[in-house]
Design a protein around this ligand. Structure first.
Ligand code: NDP
Length: 484
């Protein structure tokens, strides 16, 4: 299987190669096969990308929003037309099953382009009357934005960052994770085909050092990172030096609270979606499932039954429900957490082993019960298909324990009592919450974290604020009244 792109980088409207860059091997995690060889961006490539973005941004920022919108909408249409091919590539890049990538990854990227295209022409300032004088405000683009992506939703992340940035008149230099470098190049190509002027969306490949060079460049006005908390801290600190705007979408250890009166099948289904989709490699996963004692046994029995029926295997087979983890390193990390959970006394309900008879980095969907708050499994982000079930007696206890974490990305509650649902959600310290649902992130709704899980919001109207700045203009309508 080969998925070699035309070149490693996309700069100023064209593919670019610099053979001096260190080699990045792209591995299909279902088989371990090398499907492409790319090069890390050298300083010359990084410079070319930043210079192109800087040169192109001014005119783009002055382009009528309806024209910008038309291009983004065209790009969304092209993505939808090519969804089958793009999803195949996404599956090779990430190992996620085609059953998921065809409905979740590029389609949600197209949604973002369409949504922000729709929003762009309606973004306006305000007029503030002051009697004779007045103030008016302009919402201006920030300038050159840097996007840095994680490997779990590489193409969705590229679209979620590019769409609001471009819609609001900015330029972007995007660095994908070196583990999943292929999708962003496709996006760059599609945007140009849709009519985006050269230089406005550039892709440079590389590891952390390339990201570091982008973040500290004086031409850069904003950095949007999706990644882990340790990387977020580093990037946030580096951006602070130049007082740059930031959006940080970081990790989590989100609680999903299931009360006795919840609909059992829905609660089990949501807990599975919130732990096993994308083989558990989703930042907002509800990895601490708090189940009230009255429903616990029935919940675990049904969960074990439904989990055992998950089809693990070849991600290119449309019948496969769960693929491998993204890399051998991630597989080792996840299996390390499984062993620690066993050693610390969590009760294994199902899974807990590598995918039998499969060549790649497969981990069986795994459930641990009787997990306590102090166990490693309840405190650290695993980023794999490992669910921790904890039990609780009452609402106050559940909320207190759910909030006892440094993360604050997401949270969910399942109950038939709507008053309780709203009360609990109001008390939960998380940026994104669900009531009787889990992990649905439509582009229309803002998404992001509180506490260590991040700052800023992606998606929704909220994202406009994070890709624009307000210019306030005072207009004097009469003679200047001066005491001097
Ligand atoms: P990492 O934090 O390891 O990396 C994220 C990105 O930052 C990568 O492109 C990485 O490059 C780059 N990077 C690393 N060091 C630096 C640096 N010093 N300066 C600039 N860029 C740098 O995350 P993963 O890719 O491992 O992704 C998993 C993590 O992402 C999880 O913790 C997960 O929770 C989080 N995540 C959060 C989401 C959210 O929206 N809140 C969504 C998805 C994931 P490279 O990989 O090439 O080293």
């Amino acid at each position: 299987m080969k998925a070699q792109p035309k070149a490693s980088h996309f700069v100023n409207g064209a593919y670019v190669e610099d053979s001096a860059g260190a080699v990045i091997e792209v591995i299909y995690p279902a088989t371990g096969e090398v499907i492409a060889r790319l090069r890390e961006a050298t300083p010359a490539v990084v410079e070319a990308a930043l210079a192109a973005a800087h040169a192109a941004q001014k005119a783009w920022g002055q382009t009528r929003p309806v024209e910008r919108a038309r291009i983004l909408r065209r790009a969304a249409d092209l993505i939808r037309d090519r969804n089958a091919d793009l999803s195949w590539l996404e599956t090779l890049d990430t190992g996620k099953p085609l059953q998921e990538t065809t409905v979740a990854d590029w389609p949600s990227g197209a949604d973002a382009l369409e949504f922000f295209a729709g929003l762009a022409p309606s973004v306006t300032g305000e007029t503030v009357p002051l009697g004779r004088d007045f103030v008016y405000t302009l919402r201006e683009p920030l300038g050159v934005c840097v996007g840095i992506g994680a490997w779990n939703y590489p193409s969705q992340i590229a679209c979620w960052k590019a769409a609001p940035a471009l819609a609001m008149g900015n330029a972007m230099v995007f660095k994908p994770s070196e583990v999943t470098p292929l999708g962003a190049l496709q996006l760059a190509e599609i945007l140009v085909e849709a009519g985006l002027p050269a230089g406005l969306f550039n892709v440079v490949q590389g590891r952390g050092a390339v990201g570091g060079a982008l973040v500290t460049d004086p031409r850069v006005a904003k950095v949007s990172l999706t990644g882990s908390v340790p990387t977020g801290r580093r990037v946030y600190a580096a951006a602070a030096d130049g007082v740059r705007h930031v959006t940080m979408e970081l990790g989590g250890k989100s609680p999903l609270i299931i009360f006795d009166d919840a609909d059992l099948e829905s609660a089990v289904g949501a807990a599975m979606l919130g732990n096993f989709y994308s083989a558990g490699q989703v930042c907002s996963n509800g990895t601490r499932v708090f189940v009230q004692r009255g429903i616990k046994d029935r919940f675990l029995a049904r969960l074990a039954e439904r989990t055992a029926a998950i089809t693990l295997g070849d991600p290119l087979d449309m019948a496969t429900q769960m693929g491998p983890l993204v890399s051998a390193a991630q597989c080792d990390k996840v299996m390390g957490y499984v062993e620690t959970a066993k050693a610390e006394g969590a009760r294994l309900i199902c899974g807990g082993a590598l995918g039998a008879d499969l060549a790649g980095c497969f981990v069986q969907p795994t459930v641990f019960a009787d997990v306590t708050d102090t166990m490693t499994l309840a405190r650290e982000e695993v980023f794999g298909p490992v669910m921790a079930v904890l039990d609780f007696a009452d609402e106050e206890e559940a909320v207190t324990r759910a909030n006892a974490t440094e993360f604050g990305l997401a949270a969910g509650v399942f109950t038939a009592d709507l008053t309780r649902a709203h009360r609990v959600v109001a008390a939960l310290e998380a940026g994104t919450c669900w009531i009787n649902a889990y992990n649905l992130t439509p582009v229309e709704g803002p998404f992001g974290g509180s506490k260590l899980s991040g700052v800023g919001r992606e998606n929704g109207k909220a994202a406009v604020e994070h890709y624009t700045q307000i210019k306030s203009v005072y207009v004097g309508m009469g003679p200047v009244d001066s005491p001097y």
